[in-house]
Design a protein around this ligand. Structure first.
Ligand code: BG6
Length: 496
């Protein structure tokens, strides 16, 4: 018997800004992702005090403009997902394709038609669409003219956007998420909230205000969705990085507990439980703020209470460790945040600490706290792939990473956790969010494109493609792997 429940949603995940391209086609407007330069200095550049979202093509390259050109390849790509046996495909709808400037009264029909095709293609291939309404791709105008999510007007604009797509796809799409990694703004409010230093991103009051506005917008989306179709399930989506105390020192343990509240739980507490947690004022006080400093209304707080999310989607790549007593200064990188080096763990080429057991812990921690279904909507290993002359990639390192994380999920299910599905990140290679690199690859499908935008854009299944196909077929890991030799034979020619 499989360790995974029948109907478990195996699939993969992407985001519009990182794969679609077609950034000026079909009436699409610019999004904040279009203004992020490619390369390892991406975050450094956008953190400069004078960064004002200007796109300067003489100075930088902008890999999100092309993505992997899913806009023109979506049919072939979805066919490859179907070949792997995907039960679901998580993607986002680019807000600026639907409302090019974010503040229009009427949607852009050509943008909607693109998603009609994508969704219909998924359904024709028996793949359940899982849609993120907003994934790091705020219309640029809303950041420049309105100052990002700290502005109350964005609630209304988001509501219009969410209502448009929820209404259009209410009978076709059951699973939705309101904001990708909503809590990531704690570390870096650029992508999630459209806040940079020049529009107030360094002021924590703005970050908390932006969150409040997003919580309200999220509750409104839940309300709309449920009124359209009772079967629709709307989730929150958080960045979860299991966090350990460096040692048994109670001081570090307490620091770790607070870190967990502040980073891993704060947003989910509001979105799942429908109210601000008891520690809110302790957290705000760390920035010399009080809850009263935020603009909130009784009506909004009542809305949060009435429309909590139905499930918890989360990304999990790595864990962190907390040390506050000066024993070590050895720090590591991570998914928008690092921490001190955990001596028990190895790290990826980008310095993210690999920790499959941490996923089992995350699933238990979240389920203990909320008792709502969980959905691992991102997980994976960003690595440099080295294709041979036939573009074949033997990515055993990726298979190994994913296998260990699937084992961890099976363990959590045995622990009693209600887990809906698993959509590994970047199921097809795409542009990295934090560094704008193509060379940081996560996919089961290799895309012939480099960091400078050179390449044929041809798609080639990697070894992991056939491995994951077998996992899905067997509803888990138990049964024998496909024969690697057979896999190699099928993959020597490009598919497009
Ligand atoms: C998550 C994001 O933080 O991690 C994705 O939701 C992102 O958009 C993914 O791509 C992996 O991060 P990166 O920086 O390696 O692309």
């Amino acid at each position: 018997m499989s360790q995974f429940p029948e109907g478990f949603l195996w699939g993969g995940a992407t985001a519009a800004n990182q794969l679609e391209g077609g950034y000026q086609e079909g009436g699409r407007g610019l999004s904040i992702a279009d203004a992020l330069p490619g390369g390892k200095d991406r975050f450094k550049i956008v953190s400069q005090p004078d960064f004002d979202w200007t796109i300067d093509e003489d100075k930088y390259n902008y890999p999100n403009h092309l993505g992997i050109d899913f806009y023109h390849h979506y049919k072939e790509d979805i066919a490859l997902f179907a070949e792997m046996g995907f039960k679901c495909y998580r993607f986002s709808i680019a807000w600026s394709r639907i409302f090019p400037n974010g503040d229009e009264a009427q949607p852009n029909e050509a943008g909607l038609q693109f998603y009609d095709h994508v969704i219909d293609e998924c359904l024709a291939q028996h793949i359940e669409p899982v849609i993120t309404i907003s994934h790091y791709e705020l219309p640029l105008n809303l950041a420049k003219r309105y100052g990002g999510w700290k502005n109350h007007y964005l609630i209304e604009f988001y509501e219009r956007f969410a209502r448009t797509i929820l209404t259009r796809y209410a009978d076709k799409v059951k699973y939705w998420m309101t904001f990708n990694e909503i809590n990531s703004a704690a570390q870096f409010p650029v992508m999630g909230q459209g806040l940079v230093p020049s529009n107030g991103g360094n002021d924590k009051r703005n970050v908390f205000q932006a969150w409040h506005n997003q919580f309200v917008a999220s509750a409104k989306a839940v309300k709309i969705a449920h009124s359209l179709n009772k079967n629709i399930q709307v989730g929150c989506m958080i960045l979860y990085a299991t966090s350990y105390s460096y040692d048994a020192n109670p001081v570090n343990q307490l620091a770790n507990l607070h870190h967990n509240q502040d980073f891993n739980f704060f947003c989910a507490d509001v979105q799942v439980r429908g109210e601000y947690p008891a520690y809110t004022n302790r957290l705000l006080a760390e920035y010399d703020l009080r809850f009263d400093d935020l603009e909130t209304t009784d009506g909004e707080l009542a809305l949060l209470k009435e429309y909590p999310v139905d499930y918890i989607g989360f990304s999990y790549y790595m864990s962190t460790a907390n040390e506050t007593t000066g024993q070590t200064t050895d720090t590591v990188a991570g998914n928008l945040m690092g921490g001190v080096k955990n001596p028990f763990l190895k790290a990826s080429e980008w310095g993210w600490q690999i920790d499959p057991t941490g996923l089992r812990i995350a699933l238990n921690e979240l389920y203990d706290r909320y008792q709502k279904p969980l959905f691992v909507v991102e997980n994976g290993l960003g690595a440099v792939d080295k294709p041979d002359k036939n573009f074949h990639v033997d990515d055993d390192y990726r298979i190994d990473y994913l296998k260990q994380h699937i084992q961890a999920m099976a363990g959590a299910i045995k622990d009693g956790v209600d887990l809906m599905g698993y959509t590994p990140w970047g199921c097809i290679d795409l542009v990295s969010a934090s560094t704008g690199e193509m060379s940081k690859r996560y996919g089961f499908i290799y895309v012939d494109l480099d960091d400078q935008g050179n390449g044929s854009l041809a798609r080639y299944p990697k070894k992991s493609f056939y491995w994951y196909q077998a996992v899905i077929k067997n509803n888990g890991l138990e049964k024998p792997k496909p024969k690697d030799d057979q896999a190699k034979e099928t993959i020597i020619k490009p598919l497009v």
